[in-house]
Design a binder for this molecule. Structure first.
Ligand code: F6R
Length: 366
């Protein structure tokens, strides 16, 4: 059942080239020129008239939601808010018929997310679900939606569901942009063509496995970790930190890299490693500064960079190189080395990665 892998988590990490293929199937047509998300086409008026999008989710799904904000704002020019479902439901939210609420949940059963959906519906918002489990409560309660189709996720730490959620959000944003005309046909085609290549890029990233396994040995006994990123890499930093916390029980914080100087920089010393997500995007020069700031304070650095990077290579202690993709698709690529890093650190510590203490796969109570 684990397909020859020692744990479901590792199996699910390695499944991602094929789960992403399943997730993309039927959604990119005409060699990349057309994005097909039926929930958008069937509700075109709602998406064309939307004055705001509010995303609700918990945990890893909330991190995917934060990426959804960057994607939808950037591609569709619609303002987006992202809320923890548990906060949203008790925040006396302001919503009406021109709001679209997107609920993201792997299991489709998370109690707080379901409660948020019910509030949104009662206030007249159009509610769109992004879920993995076909026929679960969230897809049944929402007005429309998209399945991520990545197959059953057994490991408690979400991996393939996260990349599937981010892929669906990318396709959703591109489909809305196509409808609204906020992206040109050429830009849509670039996204569509790259989406089709993502499974093979992920295949390539997974080749970092042995290097990451060796690297993990150096960091197994760290007590704290900082994960830093900017722009599309900021939610990736949050997700990397969560993954490490939940399975290795090492304290880790994800932070927007530039926000570090407003407090957390005080923590940096030789005992506090930083994982810095620094692909070649429009914020690259900015994050180089942040890498230098960490180094100047004696912190050790593991950097995720684009193949061929020359600047950060000379500053960081370790670099993990990933293929170059347009920045809106980089989170799918950069999150995978972080999944492997947490996995190996937890294994080195002898932890039960598939069933970490105190956690459940589906949180059906608030
Ligand atoms: C982290 C993790 C949790 C879930 C959260 C939401 O690896 O798995 O943080 O993401 O409990 O679950 P779903 O997506 O099922 O609503």
């Amino acid at each position: 059942e684990k397909g020859g892998y020692p744990h479901f988590m590792l199996k699910e990490i390695f499944e991602q080239p094929s789960t992403l293929k399943d997730c993309i199937r039927g959604r990119v047509a005409e060699k990349g020129r057309r994005i097909i998300i039926s929930g958008v086409m069937d509700n075109a008026e709602k998406f064309l008239n939307a004055k705001r999008v509010v995303i609700v989710a918990c945990g890893t799904s909330w991190h995917a939601g934060l990426l959804g904000k960057y994607l939808i704002q950037d591609m569709c020019r619609i303002p987006v808010e992202v809320e923890y479902a548990s906060e949203f439901r008790y925040s006396n939210p302001v919503l009406d018929e021109r709001d679209i609420v997107i609920a993201i949940s792997q299991s489709g059963e998370t109690a707080d997310t379901l409660a948020a959906i019910n509030i949104a519906k009662s206030m007249g918002a159009f509610v769109y679900g992004i879920s993995n489990v076909v026929g679960s409560s969230i897809p049944r309660e929402t007005d429309s939606g998209t399945y991520i189709h990545v197959g059953p996720e057994i490991g408690v730490a979400s991996t393939k569901a996260f990349t599937g959620q981010v892929m669906v959000l990318t396709l959703l944003a591109a489909a809305i942009a196509q409808l609204k005309g906020t992206k040109s046909p050429e830009e849509i085609e670039e996204i569509g063509k790259t989406v089709n290549k993502i499974p093979s890029y992920v295949e390539k990233v997974l080749k970092l496995n042995d290097k990451i396994e060796r690297l993990s040995l150096i960091y197994t006994y760290a007590r704290n970790f900082l994960y830093l990123g900017r722009g599309y890499s900021y939610p990736v930093a949050l997700e990397g930190a969560l993954k490490l916390k939940e399975i290795s029980y090492i304290h880790a914080e994800g932070y927007p890299a530039a926000e570090m100087k407003h407090g957390p920089i005080a923590l940096i010393d030789a005992e506090m490693p930083s994982v810095i997500i620094a692909p070649n995007d429009h914020l690259y020069e900015k994050i180089v500064n942040n890498v230098q700031q960490v180094k100047a304070r004696g912190g050790s650095i593991i950097a995720i960079v684009t193949e061929g990077d020359t600047v950060i290579r000379n500053i960081a202690d370790h670099v993990l190189e990933v293929p170059e993709v347009p920045e809106c698709l980089s989170p799918i690529i950069t999150s995978i080395p972080l999944q492997l890093l947490s996995y190996y650190i937890a294994i080195n510590k002898g932890k039960d990665v598939d069933m970490p203490r105190n956690l459940a796969k589906s949180v059906t109570v608030e």
